[in-house]
Write a protein that binds this ligand. Sequence first.
Ligand code: MG
Length: 296
Amino acid sequence: MSSFEIIDPAFGSFVLHNAPVKKLAEGFDWAEGPVWFGDMNCLLFSDIPNNRILCWSEAGLTTFRQPANFANGHTRDRQGRLISCEHGLRRVTRTEWDGSITVIADGYQGKPLNSPNDVIVARDGAIWFTDPHYGIVTDYEGFKAEAELPCSVYRVDPSGSIEAVITDMACPNGLAFSPDESLLYVADTGRAFSSDPQHILAFDMASGRPRNGRLFHRIDPGCADGIRVDSDGNLWSSAADGVHCIAPDGHLMGKILVPEVVSNICFGGRAKHRLFITATTGLYAVVLNRRGVQWP
Ligand code: MG
């Protein structure tokens, strides 16, 4: 059976029909937050319920950090440092080159964040992250607590000042810029234990802030959790049946079929052409005829 579902014929050139969707590792409970380290030729990702960050390389799987404050999403900043969302301490951190931890954000207007989920870094060095309630709604992925803030998207300026830039989504989750950063995409996975729609919104970036939020694409079957953009501006999203590829105009081009619910993805490998896929209990990867634009 093919691992690909081609809906728009153009998607046929995005995938390599002799490149397998390969399971690289297994044994996790909810794998999330993949980030590629080309300089180390490895991938870091979270196994949130087991409170650990793992490191996969061709040599095998090792534990990078445990306990890991129930870390979720990760990225690297413009200096290559690891930026992490932590449910457990309800904060976003940077791991410095010497291994020490710097807190980027842990509250807003005097109240604790909910449970930072996913994070990206813009060209100007600003750190953008989402703060839904998933890490505090139960004890499964952190510590159960009451949310004191709306589920928002925040921007942390290189100066350190923090600003809520999107405050009217149900549960903002994955986020990504278009290649030229003229658009911001934010996935909304909705309230836990509800039937809120699983969709991705697009925002125009005006003077460095998101404006004119609108429905870009509804992921069916959800979950619209982690998203990434390739160098041609196609959006790749997690879904319940694998990874969906959505054209810049919002139409579904095709799918990479994965046998587990996908949480998140990232491009990596020597040409940023290998898509790493965190999917419930497994880590998968597939080489594509596309390149990711995420930094680095
Ligand atoms: Mg997420």
